[in-house]
Design a binder for this molecule. Sequence first.
Ligand SMILES: [Zn+2]
Length: 184
Amino acid sequence: MIRLSTMAEADKYFSRIERFILPQALLDQTLQSLRAEGMYQVESIVFWAGTIDSGTATVTHLLVPKGKGVFQHPLQIRVSEEIMAALLDVLNPPELILLGQVHTHLGEAFHSHADDRYSLDTPGFLSLVVPFGGRDNVEAWKQWAFYECTGSGRFRPLGAWEITRRFVIDQNGKVSTDEIRAAN
Ligand SMILES: [Zn+2]
């Protein structure tokens, strides 16, 4: 698992996220990026960032790691600590906080042991897994596997009812997309 001193700082912004606002454009661009980066050959990953206000998190930024430090395989995706450092560089708590990650599996969607191990270890951090390399269209987003970090490298799966209750699609919400590259 990845431990970063700044995540202790971030913890205080993760107090009880009851609801997530997801712009439709975020879902569209997330799926496009995952497909483009993985090409149905290897796994791919993107990160979501945004704000938290009164228990509601709004995702406003899609962060796409690129180049050196992105290790893509058919059965695993991992990014280097240099990539994570570059990712943290674009954050600006509390205005812009890392809220979650979304990665593909070429087959079924579930959180593997490697996913537990290499994901951020902040309670409340979201981890979504998109099946079949993202082949299904975006309307199938509720078929993605949703997990929430409970700390200590543990992730709890969210059931369909909980996804429906806690995730709200904003048809008009705006999203910015940024590429994340390691410094060297
Ligand atoms: Zn995985």
